[in-house]
Design a protein around this ligand. Sequence first.
Ligand code: FCB
Length: 475
Amino acid sequence: MTATEAITATDRRVTFPPGFLWGAATAAYQIEGAARDDGRGPSVWDTFSRTPGKVADGHTGDVACDHYHRFRDDVGLMAELGLGVYRFSVAWPRVQPDGSGPANPRGLDFYDRLVDALLNAGIVPYATLYHWDLPQALEDRGGWTERDTAFRFADYAAVVRERLGDRVELWSTVNEPWVAAFLGYGSGVHAPGRTSAHDAFRAAHHLLLAHGLSVRELRAGGAARVSLTLNLAPVVGRGGGAGPAGPDTAAADLVDALLNRQFLDPVLRGGYPEPVLAAAARLGGLDHVRDGDAAVIAEPIDLLGVNYYNPTYVAAAPGTPADPAFPGSEGVAFPPADPPLTAMGWPIVPDGLGEVLVRLSRDYPGVPLIITENGAAFEDERGPDGRVPDPCRIAYLDAHLRAAHAALASGADLRGYLVWSLMDNFEWAEGYGKRFGLVYVDYATQRRVLKDSARWFRDVISDNGIAANGTGGHT
Ligand code: FCB
């Protein structure tokens, strides 16, 4: 069974509410290249990607999609697709090459030009302050395990706001703090590649603190709307011990606390859930959590960014050591997922997106939601006619949009949907081999080619919905 066959979209036309935001997302290190231009300093990803064995095929972000030099053409592509909003990230090491001190004006100039180009094209700029490219100089002083990094981040937020705040009305502070902390400092598969449970919990807390402090900085400049972006997933028990009181349910509840509630609860409810406190206390202590931090972290936000890719499956497995990405999860196994899978090996489960949205509106009411990332990598190739047919991606996006629409119909306050990603790019530890774009990038020539999914998405946007038969829009 192929992915396309598996995701048989229902046949109905669905229309989104007026004003629904349609867009696409990218991140600085994944697309910009120009790693040494205009005074940019090194980030942890420059160091990590140069460390043998860390990134597939030894790829680095040195050139990436060369977006730094081609941004005007790329904004042209966005306009051609009819994007209403474009989510990009600002590279901290361009703005403050060693992570503190005065701004590097040439680094800021790039974002200034990008924002102006977007506004001229009628596209709302949605700026993320941190998408994982920590200045290496700060990592050398302890990185996110150091409390001071959160304060340096707040200074950086103020610098960016001073330059762009007159034109950028939509902000995200931190992208996926779980990934930054637990893959960066726990399992070590992402930069900076450290492997300590204690460091991972400390990093998570300081990333949350950085979020709260930067919300205050952005507000001080009167920023219109501030969000945080979390990777969220249903955690599903899948062993022999299912059932409400079964051991799989307990395993799922624990991993849900580590993955989802560790971030949702402090931001939206004012404190960590008990299983997270217990795990962190057992694995090195809670000295890094200080009086007053809870209030900073719970600084109100205007919008919650949801990145959804797939559910996480767990099973109770007594005696199993904790997965390094989930310290505290002793006795829990992570069974492999069933097909259909994307090229990343990630299961395709559109209903999981609906579940996340409905759960958020039930358990954390009052904060509007926006899907800041959703998408998939497939083995895209250019055909002899030059086209890039990607029916799997169209089916994937179609099915996820239908799930999002169903969640809206059950009351989720969903304001928009952004595809990951605008174009193929540097997929972190996977390098350039995994293609997530609506736009195909021929890395040898830097030529961009709209995939079929890009045309499909253009029709969805212009139609504010999906046509019957899962074909999208007018096509
Ligand atoms: C998310 C990241 C994004 C991209 C997608 C596939 O976790 O935020 O940069 O790599 O996964």
